[in-house]
Design a protein around this ligand. Structure first.
Ligand code: FAD
Length: 364
């Protein structure tokens, strides 16, 4: 993990701000990470992946998140796609797809639609059997990593149930249109993707299809949530570093900023936020690695706590740096915008609260 982390540090360097402003990651960066298996390090070794534990993947994800949330977002998408394949595909499909995802092909998860965000049971994209092939029609929005994706994993209706369909980017009828000016994670390659009567081989469904839409979504989201949660730990670590350094160096009223009690409180709360987020993520990863039945609740908790802490922590960091951090491109300014999106994706804060409340009600 340490070797991979220093390779990513060298690859990203100080270029995250430049990529954020340009709204695009260089293709070679994504390809390099993909070829090294670092976009989805949990893919098991039997499929040619690094086979890391969730705990190691989490620490690595936090490191990437501390450097660049857009790169981390691409990692989250690839990891979600790989996890969905691992959980839903048949053995032959897994043996075909996972080695590709472990060594360079990139994938994006296309679930959301204009009228189906939190409520994915409302998707209207349909896949239908047509002779010995499939026909896919629909429109997806906010697909992270679509810029570079070779494959899309598309949530669709199939008869009375649902299915996840694997769609090559180059299939006739697939159209990708970049989304302009996202609030944060600006270089993560978000796009709207249309599927106009896309004809696909019958083997393009993950598994046999026919599962419930919510089960399919939850499967992918479990990986997405833990990945985003660790990404938030990274955002917080970047904020602690920037605020701590600035508060030690800059003087006002004859002393370092950090020696004014109200600023010191920001530092204390920011560090506490990072520690709390780290602990809930470690707990979720332990559940993952131990195969605990508490996994789903632990990942929701990790995502909920970490995203909220990241939003508050990034705001505190901007406050400590004040004008020094108030410009587009500064790490804390980026963190401030990126963190807010973490409360929306992979189950918004409110959806997480509902799930956590369900957990309480089911037990007590
Ligand atoms: P809505 O569902 O319309 O919700 C609006 C507000 O109402 C939210 O605050 C929500 O919490 C609240 N709300 C909704 N229902 C309830 C309820 N029952 N009780 C209480 N509150 C409720 N989608 C993909 O498929 N793939 C991706 O890769 C992807 N990447 C994304 C990246 C970014 C940066 C963003 C912003 C979005 C991305 N999405 C992606 C879409 C994302 O999953 C949705 O934005 C998210 O599910 C919320 O849906 P929505 O935006 O339609 O909000």
């Amino acid at each position: 993990v340490a070797v991979a982390a220093s390779a990513v540090t060298a690859l990203v360097g100080h270029r995250a701000a430049e990529w954020d402003r340009a709204g695009r990651l260089p293709t070679e960066v994504v390809r390099k990470l993909g070829a090294a298996g670092q976009l989805a390090p949990q893919i098991p070794t039997r499929y040619g992946g690094p086979g890391w534990s969730s705990a190691d993947t989490g620490e690595f994800t936090a490191h990437v998140g501390s450097l660049c949330s857009s790169v981390r977002s691409v990692m989250t998408s690839q990891g979600m796609a790989a996890w969905a394949v691992e959980r839903l595909a048949g053995p032959a499909q897994a043996a075909e797809l996972l080695p590709r995802l472990a060594t360079g092909d990139t994938a994006a998860v296309a679930f959301s639609e204009p009228q189906a965000g939190s409520d994915l049971s409302a998707v209207t994209t349909t896949v239908a059997v047509d002779g010995d092939s499939l026909l896919l029609t629909g429109r997806k929005v906010w697909v992270t990593a679509a810029d570079h994706a070779d494959l899309f994993l598309v949530l669709a209706r199939l008869g009375e149930g649902g299915a996840v369909v694997v769609v090559p980017r180059g299939a006739p009828g697939v159209r990708v249109r970049r989304m302009a000016d996202p609030l944060g994670c600006r270089a993560a390659g978000h796009a709207e993707v249309r599927f106009d009567a896309v004809r696909l081989p019958a083997g393009s469904l993950l598994g046999d299809g026919g599962q419930s839409l919510s089960l399919l979504a939850t499967t992918a989201l479990t990986y997405g949530r833990i990945s985003v949660a660790w990404g938030c730990v990274g955002i917080l670590r970047a904020c602690v570093a920037a605020a701590g350094e600035h508060a030690g160096l800059r003087h006002q009223f004859g002393r370092p900023l950090g020696r004014h009690q109200l600023v010191a409180r920001h530092l204390a709360e920011l560090w506490a936020a990072e520690q709390v987020a780290t602990r809930v993520c470690e707990h979720a990863s332990r559940c993952w690695d131990d195969g605990s039945t508490d996994l789903v609740t632990a990942t929701v908790l990790a995502k909920y706590v970490s995203a909220g802490q990241a939003v508050r922590g990034a705001a505190a960091a901007v406050q400590v740096l004040a004008s020094a951090g108030a410009q587009d491109g500064h790490p804390v300014a980026r963190a401030y915008r990126d963190a807010k999106l973490m409360e929306i994706i992979e189950g918004s804060t409110e959806m997480c609260q509902l799930l956590l409340a369900d957990h309480v009600l089911s037990r007590w």
